[in-house]
Design a protein around this ligand. Structure first.
Ligand code: E4P
Length: 226
């Protein structure tokens, strides 16, 4: 399962990229608005940092306008892909853009029925939102596993991107259910790394090493410096 960051923050993207496990970015109008930066240079910079797909969201519910925005988004960079909300006008735009070979991430998906529509419209990615379903007391993991199961049975090529993830177990469960991609805020990405036993064990190893170092004779050159 590929790990994506759900952010438009350049600092967060650079830091996660440094870890070597970041495979792409999802943005949306809310995330872009938080950065208080000019839209186009910001998106270009994001696309230059990561090698993988960067979802850039359209902002219209008119099919022709969505198609125009899609054409412009893919001109931004080779890895810029178009994000369109699942409305009926949106589906028509997904169909038209997909028929041209343009990659579309269908977003704001909350049910297996909507996910079937996205795949039938030729979506490159479908994005079911887990956290927002949990917020209204709906079993988001059941929705995600139904979508993964249906896509496997039907042989759809559309990738399933688990979105609106709020904590590490969302990520773990998405992987277990067979999602192709998980996108998450930076704080969830960081939480994946952390384990108290890792922190305690690492501190103990470093302390023991420092204490033993004077008695260990010849060391590797880099160990002498550290
Ligand atoms: C995904 O592409 C969306 O940008 C995102 O995951 C929405 O998450 P939220 O519910 O935390 O806003």
């Amino acid at each position: 399962m590929k790990l994506f960051l759900d952010t438009a923050s350049l600092d967060e993207i650079r830091e996660a990229h440094r870890w070597g496990v970041l495979r792409g970015i999802t943005t949306n109008p809310t995330l872009i608005s938080k950065e208080n930066q000019d839209f186009l240079p910001l998106v270009k910079e994001i696309c230059s940092i990561v090698e993988g797909d960067v979802s850039v969201e359209t902002a219209s519910d008119d099919t022709d306008t969505l198609i125009k925005q899609g054409h412009e988004i893919v001109q931004i960079a080779d890895n810029a892909i178009v994000k369109i909300a699942l409305t009926s006008n949106g589906l028509a735009a997904v169909r038209a853009l997909s028929d041209e070979g343009i990659r579309v991430n269908v977003t704001l998906v909350f049910s297996p029925a909507q996910a079937i529509l996205a795949a039938e419209a030729g979506a490159y990615i479908v994005s079911p939102f887990l956290g927002r379903l949990d917020d209204i007391a709906t079993d988001s993991l059941r929705v995600l596993s139904d979508i993964c199961e249906i896509y496997a049975i039907q042989g759809y090529d559309t990738q399933v991107l688990a979105a609106s993830l709020r904590h590490p177990m969302h990520v773990v469960e998405a992987a277990r259910m067979g999602a192709d991609i998980a996108t998450m805020p930076f704080k969830v990405f960081e939480a994946l790394v952390k384990h108290p036993l890792t922190d305690a064990g690492f501190k103990r190893f470093l302390d023991d090493w420092e204490e033993a170092k004077p008695r260990l004779g010849e060391l590797l050159p880099s160990m002498q410096e550290g």
